[in-house]
Design a protein around this ligand. Structure first.
Ligand code: GDP
Ligand code: ZN
Length: 448
């Protein structure tokens, strides 16, 4: 593809030792040459660095620079690329960029370099998204997940599924087009059926593992519920003390929800302390209760706190019922007091005496299946868009199964299989959908 030659400052704005201005496009060397005093950049070898000066309009020296040259297609964008390392001041960097733009080179839009790398086939969409994740990563696990995706671990997994689907489509087509062709494998329902089931199972397996990858990358929304005074706030504080909060954000009234982040063996828990979900006529309390219900709707883990020193109340029973379908840990708090509670809890703790918290933390990781992290757990999908597409592909495959169960003719399966293949392709971006691209790449920083 042919695009204009573009430029942008590729390093963060601010005072630093050096700043890098990246130029990409057919005319990169030719244009930069016009303002560069040093070697003739159109004559140098690829992957070489050259000392020289960027000149003002009147021919005087603006800055002393190092210029790196990458000749297409061996560059990040697969285009000719020139990177100018200038002195790091805000003003000088800006001035050099202005000189670059004076030559007729266009200012790049945010994410445009990565977009070109993708459009020129240097990287797929999953990798482009990984670059963005890498830039925005806030913890080491997130960096590791992004790097795996950038290294094509995720893409390869999807490509493999895609090629399995394609094989089936191709074989069905052969049967349709050349029914008399002996060597063609007869794609009878008996053959397709187990293959499609196998593929659905494979996708299910990926989705299960992806849940872990998502937890690793994004953290786990954890909601603490329990009736008033069982010790929810005390538990939150104890966990914060123990693990040191990354961010602690207390807002609103005492009946508001409170958010805090704790780091549990590399996994971030986003803790939400709720006001206790119960029926109430009090207006302010009602708001709190509504918030708690909202929090619960999004919960990926529920910590249900009961008071070991009291009998089970109706409200406790309501909460036990309300949270039964969640990833849930039933915590008996106040184990330092004489025990009255008659039901079995998963862990007993004392938030006040900070007793039993280690057990609780182990139980949390176990419940989320994050206690034994496998190196592979970093390879799966953590991007909501990818997961959504994969689920849609699974639905298309399930239509094939339905078709077989309803005894539909074989050639109709090719339609659903093609749909599945396209959906998998959309994950990698080898399908046509301009709107998504524009939106995606605009989230990039300028110069990336
Ligand atoms: P919440 O309404 O569920 O948030 O409960 P709080 O955390 O505010 O605690 C209610 C009361 O129980 C406070 O007086 C706490 O000091 C007390 N409490 C909390 N945890 C424990 C514990 O483990 N043992 C004892 N003895 N008291 C506790
Ligand atoms: Zn509280």
């Amino acid at each position: 593809m042919k695009f204009d030659t573009i430029a942008a400052i590729a390093t963060p704005i601010g005072t630093a030792g050096i700043s890098v201005i990246r130029v990409s496009g057919d005319e990169a060397m030719e244009k930069v040459n016009l303002i560069f005093k040093g070697k003739d950049l159109t004559k140098v070898k690829s992957h070489t660095i050259h000392y020289g000066h960027i000149l003002n309009e009147d021919g005087s020296i603006l800055d002393e620079v190092m210029v790196s040259v990458f000749i297409a297609p061996k560059s990040f964008t697969k285009e000719n690329v020139v990177e100018i390392s200038t002195h790091g001041g805000v003003l000088i960097t800006q001035k050099v960029l202005e000189r670059v733009l004076d030559t007729g080179i266009k200012m790049a839009e945010p994410g445009e370099f990565s977009k070109r790398a993708y459009l020129n086939g240097r990287i797929d969409l999953v990798q482009a998204e990984a670059i963005m994740d890498l830039i925005h990563a806030t913890n080491e696990n997130a960096i590791k997940v992004a790097n795996r995706a950038l290294g094509r671990k995720t893409s390869d997994m999807i490509e493999k599924l895609k090629s399995k689907v394609l094989t089936m489509i191709a074989q069905i087509e052969v049967n349709i087009d050349y029914p008399e062709y002996d060597d063609a494998i007869v794609m009878s329902k008996e053959i397709i059926y187990p293959r499609v089931i196998g593929l659905i199972e494979e996708i299910n397996d990926i989705l299960v593992h992806s849940k872990k990858t998502q937890y690793i990358r994004e953290g786990v929304k954890t909601v603490i519920v329990g009736r008033p005074n069982v010790g929810k706030s005390s538990l939150l504080n104890a966990l914060l003390d123990e693990e040191r909060a990354i961010v602690s954000d207390v807002e609103g009234t005492t009946r508001d929800t409170i958010d805090a982040y704790v780091n549990l063996g590399g996994i971030t828990l986003q803790l939400i302390d709720t006001a206790g979900i119960r029926k109430t006529d009090d207006f302010v309390e009602k708001i709190g209760v509504e918030r708690s219900k909202k929090a619960l709707e999004q919960a990926e883990l529920v910590l249900l706190v009961l008071d070991l020193s009291k009998n089970l109340t109706d409200l406790d029973k309501d909460l036990l019922e309300e949270t039964k379908n969640y990833n849930r840990i039933i915590i008996g708090n106040k184990k330092d007091l004489p025990k009255k509670l008659e039901i079995e809890t998963v862990v007993e703790i004392s938030s006040l005496a900070k007793d039993g918290l280690e057990n609780l933390e182990k139980e949390i990781l176990r419940t989320l299946k994050l206690d034994k992290l496998n190196d592979k757990d970093f390879n799966y999908l953590s991007n909501v868009r990818h997961i959504q597409k994969l689920k849609e592909a699974r639905t298309a495959l399930e239509s094939v199964v339905d078709g077989i169960n309803m005894d539909m003719p074989v050639d109709l399966y090719a339609v659903d299989l093609t749909r599945a293949w396209n959906l998998l392709g959309e994950i990698l971006g080898n399908a046509n959908y301009g709107d998504l691209l524009t939106e995606l790449f605009s989230k990039f920083c300028l110069g990336k």
